[in-house]
Design a protein. Structure first.
Lengths: 247, 247
């Protein structure tokens, strides 16, 4: 078999860990590979020591930037050529991260809104379910402005009563039936304000978004990042040159 | 917060990729952490270039040892102190891997049989659903002998007609309803030969073992490895000293 260049995807994860596992699973499922050997090479660093992004963005906690930069350098040293960060709020620091390390970082926010536009013909107004950090940093508002989309956040009481506790529940483990209902309730708000679709704009939310997807067409930011990674790194020539058995 | 030593778990994965994602998810779910920050630091290297283990064990393909050794060294260099390999067949090479690199490698086979003994009072005979490589290497037979357990494999026609195609179907992606039925059918065989429990002894099988678990109490080797990793590396002092917000 001729050697085919296979760039390695780095995953800077752990924010949170379950969302990182979910991202890697979706990446594997979205890769059009028919055997183990045809998949993307992936390096993951799940660093639980990254300070909370929302607390930092609210000015209530230390900056996650040093840990993110250290993590990206570790991944680059170990061979990653391009990095996915499956955490929306961390994207407030992505430009800084990319400049400090010289590593290409995939844009999850842009990928999510582009996926929303692709899947919702005539999309003009899109709702967002996000952490308070992502809201405060205006990540979706800025990306929406670039794409000509009107971005709608939920009112603060809905954020505090439904969205924040649901995200915390996923991070804390435990039963997720209640949190799934809360996210569906939160999705009623952008619907009432004329949004034609809603983005699960925190990587914990896709784990509890089934009921919400019956309220409005739901775009999953984790999935959008996985799609972006496959379209950036997948080389179809690999699939036909590799084979495999049962492991 | 006082610094607490947090050893990093390495995951030498990609064999196959979906099984690796499943292992990381189970590891996260089995970690008694209440916030992102309380989880284990994890480095994963999912290397699709590891040659097929079963083909090598059958003498029909190149050895995976050089790729496994390279992978373990890469993880050690990047900071991993202890490595989990979520692939049963790869355990035929684990001693060699550990000797060549000096890295501690968790024993998935022993962990799976110990979990079987713990969960099945009076266990004497245990069935195994595995790849042909794992069978040929006698991995479960040797671990069973150490633990005083009689290990029963399925007859070759059952292996060829049900177990092998089911594992290949998971690796190839696609619909898994048929493969789930095949694994349930395969589990009838150890039941008929007096096994009191059956081990899903290939990391693809837990993804399609729900129906089989109604035939015999089923022990999941992926889960057993996750348990072993948590019990080896988890430091309960971390949980009470860390907190988090919504990311």
């Amino acid at each position: 078999m001729r050697h085919i260049a296979r760039p390695t995807l780095g995953i800077l994860g752990g924010m949170g860990p379950l969302a990182t596992a979910d991202f890697y699973r979706r990446l594997v499922q979205r890769t059009p590979a028919g055997s183990d050997q045809a998949h993307l090479p992936v390096l993951m660093w799940a660093d639980p020591a990254v300070p909370d992004r929302t607390a930092a963005l609210l000015g209530e906690g230390p900056s996650p930037v040093p840990a993110l930069v250290e993590g990206a350098r570790r991944l680059r040293r170990a061979g990653a050529g391009c990095i996915a960060v499956p955490c929306n709020a961390a994207h407030a620091y992505v430009e800084q991260l990319s400049k400090a390390t010289g590593v290409e970082v995939l844009d999850m926010i842009g990928a999510a809104l582009e996926a929303a536009a692709r899947r919702t013909p005539g999309l003009e107004r899109v709702g967002v379910l996000a952490t308070r950090g992502t809201r405060l940093a205006g990540l979706y508002e800025r990306a929406g402005a670039r794409l000509g989309l009107d971005v709608v956040q939920v009112p603060v009481p809905v954020q505090e009563e439904y969205v924040d506790p649901a995200i915390l529940a996923v991070k804390g483990g435990g039963d997720l039936a209640g949190p799934e209902r809360w996210i569906a309730t939160a999705a009623e708000s952008p619907k009432g304000r004329g949004a034609q679709a809603v983005v699960a704009a925190c990587t914990e939310i896709p784990l509890i978004s089934r009921a919400a997807s019956r309220v409005l067409p739901l775009i999953d930011s984790t999935d959008a990042l996985a799609e972006a990674a496959v379209s950036r790194l997948w080389n179809p020539a690999v699939a036909v040159r590799t084979g495999g058995r049962t492991g």
